[in-house]
Write a protein that binds this ligand. Structure first.
Ligand SMILES: Cc1cc2nc3c(=O)[nH]c(=O)nc-3n(C[C@H](O)[C@H](O)[C@H](O)COP(=O)(O)OP(=O)(O)OC[C@H]3O[C@@H](n4cnc5c(N)ncnc54)[C@H](O)[C@@H]3O)c2cc1C
Length: 303
């Protein structure tokens, strides 16, 4: 593995905390994968900008993660620098009917805050276990709602640490894809335009949606949510089920019996999980002609 000692020394000199060999499996809901060569927990946009500038100056590759709920980290871990934008950057503020959240805030906390403030529009997001930044980049959605239409402003940092901002209307929002992905920016803050609503009603809607989620999805088992995107004109879970793959496994990786769109992990090996993904994709293609594309983001290198 390429070593970046001058970068680590420059971070130490600038009082930017770095951990070496940090176990990334602890940062993901799938509980898989090797370590980050260098790991930084973001605590603010200014220090993050300085860190990104140093990484670029020293030629260190940077990977950003949020709450790790849509991530498969390979067994060999991630070379270079991994920055987590999570609970260290999670403030939420209100201005009129808008909420602005730092990118590390959880979508659950954002939805709860909106409900408490009597602001409607985010109930659909309350059970999505990701961050505001990860959710915006992925245009996360559920139960007919998506984040994109609510977003009025996104702030971030370009790979050299320069601040950048977009109006929501200037961003392309597609199904689990956005133009933010192509920018290479680390998102730091997102503003959502909401509408006045009744707190009790919004909380009741959230409770109902989360009850439906718990009934249908294996939310108590380690997973990254739906492993594959919804193909045009169909549902990944239905196709996987139709091919008789419920319960199929490679090592500790298994197609959930409860919801075939979820591949769950009861083992230690990202390679097994990737092999199961390939098995599912190949079988579904052979049996139905449909090519399933991963929704889960795969990072890092093989062991
Ligand atoms: C049980 C379960 C249920 C789920 N249900 C849903 C659902 O209903 N709908 C849905 O859409 N998703 C669902 N997901 C998937 C996941 O929660 C979402 O995709 C979520 O938006 C990912 O956010 P994250 O912070 O965990 O991102 P991560 O998994 O950490 O990262 C995902 C991607 O976002 C990028 N990213 C993260 N933070 C930033 C940032 N600050 N700046 C720039 N890029 C960033 C990463 O580089 C990576 O490419 C589910 C997952 C689980 C485990």
């Amino acid at each position: 593995m390429k070593m970046y000692e001058p970068f680590a020394a420059a971070c130490r000199a600038s009082a930017l905390p770095l951990e070496e060999g940090y176990p990334l499996r602890a940062c993901t809901t799938l509980r898989l994968g090797g370590p980050a060569q260098y790991f930084h927990e973001a605590t603010g946009a200014e220090s993050l900008a300085r860190l990104l500038a140093l990484a670029q100056e020293h030629g260190v590759p940077v990977t950003v993660i949020g709450r790790g709920s849509n991530l498969l980290v390979r067994d060999g871990g991630v070379p270079g620098l991994v920055v987590r934008v999570g609970s260290g950057m999670s403030a939420i503020t209100r201005s009129g009917c808008a909420l602005t959240a730092e990118a590390g805030a959880s979508l659950g906390a954002l939805a709860r805050r909106a409900a408490e403030e009597g602001l409607a529009g985010l109930a659909f997001a309350s059970g999505i276990p990701g961050s505001v930044g990860g959710g915006a980049v992925m245009n996360a959605g559920a139960y007919g709602g998506e984040l994109g239409p609510l977003v009025t402003r996104v702030e971030g940092l370009l790979p050299d640490g320069t601040p950048v901002a977009w109006d929501g209307a200037d961003i392309t929002w597609a199904y689990r894809r956005t133009s933010l992905m192509d920018s290479g920016a680390v998102l730091t803050r997102v503003t959502f335009a909401l509408t006045p609503g009744d707190t009790e009603q919004i909380l009741a809607e959230m409770t109902e949606l989360n009850r439906r989620r718990a009934e249908k999805q294996p939310i108590t088992e380690p997973s990254a949510g739906s492993t594959f995107k919804r193909p045009v004109g169909g549902f990944a879970a239905a196709l996987i089920d139709q091919c008789g793959l419920k319960g199929a496994s490679v090592g500790g990786a298994r197609v959930s019996e409860k919801h075939a769109g979820f591949l769950v992990n009861h083992g230690e090996s990202a390679a097994d999980f990737l092999a199961l993904m390939r098995l599912v994709q190949e079988t579904v293609l052979r049996e139905t002609g449909v090519r399933l594309e991963p929704e889960v983001r795969i990072i890092g290198v093989d062991a």
